[in-house]
Design a protein around this ligand. Sequence first.
Ligand code: PLP
Length: 369
Amino acid sequence: MIPLIKVKLGEEEKNAVMDVLNSGNLAQGPKVKQLEEEFAQLCGVKYAVAVNSGTAALHTALYTIGIKPGDEVITVPFTFVATANAIMMQGAKPIFVDIKEDTFNIDSEKIRNLITEKTKAILAVDLFGHPCEYDKLWNIANEFGLNIIEDSCQAVCAENNKGEKAGSLGDIAAFSFYATKNLITGEGGIITTNNKKYAELAKRFRHHGQSEQTNYEYRNLGYNYRMTDIMAAIGLCQIKKIKEMTKKRQKNAELFTAGLQNIKGIIPPIIKNDVIHVFHQYTIKITKDFSLTRDELIQRLNKTGIGTGIFYPKPLHLHPHFSKLGYKEGDFPVSEKISKEVLSLPINPHITEENIEKIIKVIKEVGER
Ligand SMILES: *Cc1c(COP(=O)(O)O)cnc(C)c1O
């Protein structure tokens, strides 16, 4: 079996976890602090605040920039549900905007029409590890006085074409360290920012709104979003390996793209504007021109022992939870079309070159028939 996702931890992680267990300090402690320092450095920002999931990171980010009930936040329907749910956790409304067909990311051309007096922020998702067009987003944000939040849950170590890292491209960013992401701690997440006030508010929010100065004095509503030192110890080992693991993903993507070029009805993912794409997923599109339907291809691949994934099978606005907000089929035609075409292939750092060739061969064989 060639699984879509393969996670391999080393002796380093096991030893690091044992050290924490032996220390007796299981809650948020020195390892979390060290993780924050090293992760901030990795992203080229001044501050990082660790929390216990990517969802918590998004919620915290929205809180720190002051999103309140009644506000509107612009985001995409073609993303993981947590992006839009975090907006609703602050009592605000997700205002969906369609994506671009080539990068799967937010279509900045379509944002202006959606801005109202209630609009406070743009929540941009660096989907599959390809950063959004932040230059264009900043032009809009500056014109209308909006904040930009980066959902970089899939984009650790991604960069724009000026060498600026994901996590430093908005006012504040959210990352996930969930068990299948590029950098993992099991569950876990972190926010990054250059804004000291946002970092302080985030620390308050993750611990019940407790004052920075006085223990057991609470200034506002907060949550228990704290990370543990056990998680942070794994994260610190992962930071040491992330550059190498990312290079493997990029190399794998190159092999796939070279092999899947010029097959009728198969469109490999692109890297636009010379950004650094970190390929959390390697997602091809299967159009009507291909000899099989997507389902037939999946079946063929599965029969050969090749795992695949569909991210995401249905855009958010078509789920009952969001259609209640007034969205309906036809509202976001690109997201709707793309969700029927996408197929993610195994790109994890542990897949062998031979297995990549095997996957390409299966697709080519059925494609040429
Ligand atoms: C994984 C992910 C999240 C949520 O992260 P969790 O750690 O699972 O809470 C949010 N947004 C995107 C785009 C993600 O991929």
